[in-house]
Design a protein around this ligand. Sequence first.
Ligand code: OFO
Length: 183
Amino acid sequence: MNTNRLSKKLTAALNVQMTNEAYASQIYLSYAAWAESEGCRGIANFLFRHAQEERNHMMKILEYILKRGAKVQVASILEPPENPASINNCFEKVFEHETDNTKAIYKLVKMSLDEEDWASWNFMQWFVKEQIEEETFAMGLLDKMKIAGGEKVSGDALYELDRDLEKTLGEVRSAQDVTTDKP
Ligand code: OFO
């Protein structure tokens, strides 16, 4: 008896998104290591933490695919892009990455809608909300950066920004504390 509750198309797309989240985790990990080597420990901590959040997103999709009786396909992950040219550029890349990921999430929402797979549509709403928060946070980083001097940031302003980001860490909701019921 076939107990698979996901279409072939949606299974393939969810598997791709699972790998996208793993790739996002690698990107944040590499930027974090770079920021640490630049002496920006607060920024590095934020990025390390975010790498873990992206991994949690990957796991969330993996668990959903299994829960629906479909097959998980663990694929290879691309190498992360080259290091940012500056802290300002790092935040720009973070924002770009998040908006790209939002597009990928929307495609899955649309696919679930077209298939009238309401379970998957409902599952994807968690990611829609998450992307709003992540984009908002990334925009906030760019705003802070602008105030601190943008590309020209250095010395005291960079030090303050780094400390500020370290302090805000506790306010950033962690993905592992979130469930579909408590988004
Ligand atoms: Fe997985 O949310 Fe960012 O990319």
